[in-house]
Design a binder for this molecule. Sequence first.
Ligand SMILES: Cc1cc2nc3c(=O)[nH]c(=O)nc-3n(C[C@H](O)[C@H](O)[C@H](O)COP(=O)(O)OP(=O)(O)OC[C@H]3O[C@@H](n4cnc5c(N)ncnc54)[C@H](O)[C@@H]3O)c2cc1C
Length: 483
Amino acid sequence: MSPPPDPLLDALRACVGAPYVLAPDAPPAELEPYERDWRGRQRGRARAVVRPGNTAEVVAVVRACAAAGAAIVPQGGNTGLVLGGVPDPSGTEVLLCTRRLNRIRALDAANLTLTLEAGCVLQTAQQAAADAGLWLPLSLASEGSCTIGGNLATNAGGTQVLRFGNARDLCLGLEVVCPSGEVWHGLGGLRKDNTGYDLRHLYIGSEGTLGILTAATLKLQPQAAAQGCAWVGVPSLQAALDLLALAQRQLGPGLSGFELMGQLALQLVAQHFPELRPPLWPHWPYCVLIELSESAAPEQAQALVHSRLQALLQTALEQGCAADAVLAETLAQAQRLWHMRECIPLAQAQEGLNAKHDISLPISRIPAFCAEAEALLAQALPGARLVNFGHLGDGNLHYNVQCPTGADAAAFLRQHEARINALVFDCVQRHGGSISAEHGIGTLRAATLPRYKDAQALALMRQIKQALDPLGLLNPGRVLVRA
Ligand SMILES: Cc1cc2nc3c(=O)[nH]c(=O)nc-3n(C[C@H](O)[C@H](O)[C@H](O)COP(=O)(O)OP(=O)(O)OC[C@H]3O[C@@H](n4cnc5c(N)ncnc54)[C@H](O)[C@@H]3O)c2cc1C
């Protein structure tokens, strides 16, 4: 017997038009991109997938769902790594995809701002800025698919945080559809506005639990006149930290990237992308990618970048915090080095499921944390492989544990993931760190959060959720477990 017709589906079709609503009996191949998470860890089931094309349609959808008491899961590019933007398996949640909200609304070159809709893909936003001779300094390996709304909802980090901060630091204004269907018109290009509580910061990083972001105003920068990078082999983690301190002193604010790549992370790149051949691998336990951006007059900038990086490498080799180094001679070479770094998560995905930890620590604690966690893991799970890489300049490691070579990754995770997580996160806590640096909490970490988060902070978060979404319609169970 087929299930009874769902009146909400007709209501949603009336809001956005029938072509933009998928019912649960749509072909699985059409539903899968919305229902399965990027890592393939969860295949949920949506009551409907709805794709509004403008803010008014988002309002109509939110009101229709509220009237039916249906929970809404906002989704942008579905590249999130903590199961925040996919429906659960209950078949009761409506998936609201923002990707049709993809218009650039305004670029104000004199104010250095870009106002655009939340479903714009990050790369499209970067290009819009570049077309105007400006720069949007937000860059992630998923930038070809992730959206501005998703970046802000997760307060994404990426490779430019060292100089320009997280997505939060780049956002000057928001337009948000509240769970009641009211719209907060908070767009604007002000760098100073002390007129009460800054709601923008409440919504940024709220992972779709407080409102649906429909548009944003982002800060731009003048385009760097030249960028260059160096790939450095370092003899130890402490040497990588010494190199960071040296680069900060010697390069000053021009230092725009400082990425760490462990030997095993690069081995996976070499294995799954053999055409890439990472330099200096496997001779050193870690390699570091250093980026310098200069805004001097264009005709001098490239030469300046090159000579400043060269001088840095010379000092680093003399002081012993670098063991060997490669300096990109051309823009194409620099892009190739970045590409190798960005391929690490893709190579890991090809290697199979792993226990991922997106952690942050005071930079000074990183060597002690790594030594302790590595020893504990080796003792608890002999043969488990540690894939350690990340944004060292921000104190952010992707500290991932892969099953022993040849083992069944899924079975390994089923058996050991909870133990591995507890071991790593307890160690993070002992060293004053955070269990989520940039990916967020989603459902993956919601049950874990209370163990590591200040109890009063959690209580305040619950009060905010209750005040802004009293019916609990937006992304229930994400960030905060259901009461
Ligand atoms: C290969 C790869 C590399 C990555 N590298 C990084 C990295 O360096 N740094 C980093 O921070 N992250 C990284 N990520 C994680 C992810 O890409 C980012 O978090 C990205 O910002 C998510 O954007 P999205 O549009 O795909 O969001 P989604 O995955 O669709 O959603 C993520 C969360 O945001 C909510 N959401 C999405 N859109 C909205 C909206 N308009 N309004 C309200 N809530 C919304 C969802 O409900 C969900 O909770 C990476 C992911 C991959 C796959």
